[in-house]
Design a protein around this ligand. Structure first.
Ligand code: 5AD
Ligand code: FES
Length: 368
């Protein structure tokens, strides 16, 4: 039966909710291998074997949100808060450009005060100027107003990643305080799309109270939203957060959690063949070669950390975050080597947009 489902989906990209659940339940190593190989074939056909590099700058852990799972939530008094000096954020992005990365990702806790919005705008303009307009920029800065999204887009950002965290509104409610809104997230995804960004979203995998039916719903959600990129990864407990109380009852053993993350990547690739999918850092918290395994299961984007080492330890959304003691060039060289070792090509110099975005642009033009 497995072969039948895989053969059909490899050709068509179609999977029913029941089929997705069946595939998420696989745990025989041979079956898993077949699933990942099928996803890798789809990847080769639609996006090739290039792993696009994006230099990740995690520039501030100050956050106005209070999500129950996140280590840098507002109420966590145990974290030392920092914001990189403006020039330091710019330098990190310029470093990425000099290192041959086609784009950079700016990520931080969520803030929407005018000083922050202005600061990001200035940073974007200066990065573009200093990199000859060549460096692509992805933002990962949470929920903002339409005007803010527009200002940042006009200042030079062209991709935006905003995770839905879970597509199940009831589960979303359990993971967030009352003033955090699921429908506002959806609205923001629509605003981003309308503003002209390439839009990415994602979820956490293996959350307390999450079922395989929820995860199947997540994949269906991505497809329905016609998104261009996915950044999703395993949920990892952080002991100074409210969700830590569920650890005993809900913690999934590492190996199983890793394979759940890989199965989600593989299924996303099979269902949404031409989008960009990141092999996220959280995979590497579960296994030394977790990100390489992500690439072999269908991911095609990798985001080496380029933040200055002195700030890395304070940006821990989850425990066991890798690369805390490394610096930008160590991460670059290490990941390039790892990628070549598994027969993939590190993608430098180009933005590496998803073919899905290009196809979507064409369709919109025809409709217009
Ligand atoms: N484990 C894994 N991912 C997490 N995130 C936040 N906290 C955790 C955690 N404990 C993810 C969320 C958020 C992104 C920036 O990090 O999905 O959107
Ligand atoms: Fe919401 Fe960190 S507080 S993701």
């Amino acid at each position: 039966m497995l072969d039948q489902i895989l053969k059909k989906s490899e050709l068509t990209g179609d999977l029913t909710t029941e089929e997705i659940i069946t595939l998420l339940e696989l745990d025989d190593p041979e079956d898993l291998k077949r699933l990942y190989e099928c996803a890798y074939q789809v990847k080769l056909q639609h996006v090739g074997r290039t792993a696009w590099f994006r230099g990740l700058v995690e520039f501030s852990n100050i956050c106005s949100k209070d999500c129950y799972y996140c280590g840098i939530r507002r109420s966590n008094k145990e974290v030392q808060r920092f914001t990189l000096p403006e020039q330091n954020i710019i330098d990190s992005a310029v470093w990425s450009w000099n290192a041959g990365y086609g784009s950079a990702v700016l990520q931080s806790g969520e803030r929407s005060d005018p000083e922050f919005v202005d600061m990001i705008e200035r940073v974007l303009i200066e990065i573009k100027q200093k990199t000859n307009n060549e460096l692509g920029i992805t933002l990962c800065l949470g929920e903002q107003s339409e005007e803010t999204y527009r200002r940042w887009f006009n200042a030079g950002a062209h991709r935006y990643l905003l995770r839905i965290e879970t597509s199940n509104p009831e589960l979303y409610k359990k993971l967030h305080p009352d003033d955090h809104s699921y429908s506002r997230r959806i609205e923001c995804l629509d605003l981003l799309r309308r503003t002209g960004y390439q839009v990415g979203t994602g979820v956490m995998i293996g959350l307390p109270m999450q079922t395989n039916a929820d995860l199947a719903g997540d994949l269906m959600f991505f497809k329905r939203q016609d998104i261009d990129m996915i950044g999703m990864g395993p949920y990892l407990f952080h002991s100074s957060t409210p969700l830590a109380q569920y650890r005993k009852e809900w913690e999934i053993p590492r190996e199983r959690l890793l394979s759940l993350g890989l199965k989600m990547i593989a299924l996303a690739r099979i269902m949404m063949r031409d989008i960009n999918i990141a092999a996220t850092t959280a995979l590497q918290a579960l296994a030394g070669d977790g990100r390489e395994q992500g690439l072999l299961a269908g991911a095609n984007v990798i985001m080496p950390n380029t933040t200055d080492t002195e700030y890395r330890a304070s940006y821990q959304l989850y425990e066991n975050k890798p690369c805390i003691d490394e610096n930008a060039s160590m991460c670059r060289n290490c990941l390039s080597r790892r990628i070549e070792r598994i027969g993939e090509t590190p993608g430098f110099k180009e933005w590496g947009d998803s073919p899905h975005f290009a196809a979507r642009q064409k369709t919109t033009q025809i409709i217009k």
